[in-house]
Ligand binder design. Sequence first.
Ligand code: PLP
Length: 400
Amino acid sequence: MEKKIIYLDNAATTPMYPEAVEAMMPYFTERFGNPSGQYSLANEGKRAIESARKQIAATIGARPEEIYFTGSGTEADNWAIKAVAQAYRDKGRHIITTKIEHHAVLHTCEALEREGYRVTYLTPDEDGVISPEKLLRVLTPDTILVSIMTANNEIGTIEPIDELAKVVTERGILFHTDAVQAYGKLPLSVEDGNIAMLSASAHKIGGPKGVGFLYVHREVRLQPFVHGGAQEKKRRAGTENVPGIVAFAKAAECTFKNREAEEQREYELREYFIERVLQEIPYSRLTGSRTRRLANHASFCFQFVEGETVLIMLDTEGICASSGSACTTGQTEPSHVLTAIGIPEEVAHGAIRFTLGRDTTKDQLDVTVDKMKEIVTRVRAMSPYYAKFLSREAKEANRV
Ligand code: PLP
């Protein structure tokens, strides 16, 4: 019999809602028309996109014309940062971000540095939090953009985004937030006008891969990202991904309908899971804030183990987790996020992230903790560092 998968990597991606799959299907077949066409078949696609735009806009308190569909969260991040850099370069060339952003933001900022922009990368505190005071200290007269994520993908920490956006906007500077992990998990609103731009992605909320959106406040000067046809108000050319956009809106509808109840359910499971792990697996620690944390997020460092080894062993048991951000797997360097919050390199190598989803059950978490206990014990038994550590401990105990 095929083993049942325990999927605890919902920060990497999520299974699609069946309703979202169903909603997108007709746009592959009988409603396949190109929305730019001049006939009724095309109009169906056009109407579906505009209705999705309206629905998505309502989830963050935006106007429909402030939502631009993109090909991913990564694209939305790239667009926001590059467009502001270009449109406001006469005003200044300084950008502020943080050391714990996703590579979609970090690598974009690094690319701009190569073009002559100056970028300040803020260091968070040991929980991963950026304080408004710290941000205020690095604002300069030529700062044109501040980009700080709403919640971190590796450690789940939630940033004080409303306060950060307020101090930035009050000084006439644009504020962008990468809300890819937070969208659908936290109540987000752009209504007070402090957030100038916000990025999100469909596949993190039960929608399809390859579709995202960028919210852009109507007063921001927005440069086109892709040149070509007149799609997305001539700002992002290319025939629209109609099925993807329709499914994104349906996934958002399913997510927001039940957001608070699901948040509470996942929070309770997550707390139970964290408690069991910390109590039953010695030399383990939680990374990120215990309280300012996405409800579905549990990330740890286990000393004297290699995260990658544990992941492979979990996989043989049918358990999917991650050693950090899925986008950085394959790299052997410790995660830039864990390094930025001051976790020593040798400890950061033992990082494992578990992220719950709407299908996660308590039984699955119990199985996972039990398997983790066995696996960590097995891996440590092979570690010369652990053996050395134990003998040192024993000597110390004898001395006492
Ligand atoms: N930003 C954050 C915080 C993420 O976690 C991710 C994906 O993991 C992205 C951006 C990229 O989103 P996408 O996979 O849609 O390109």
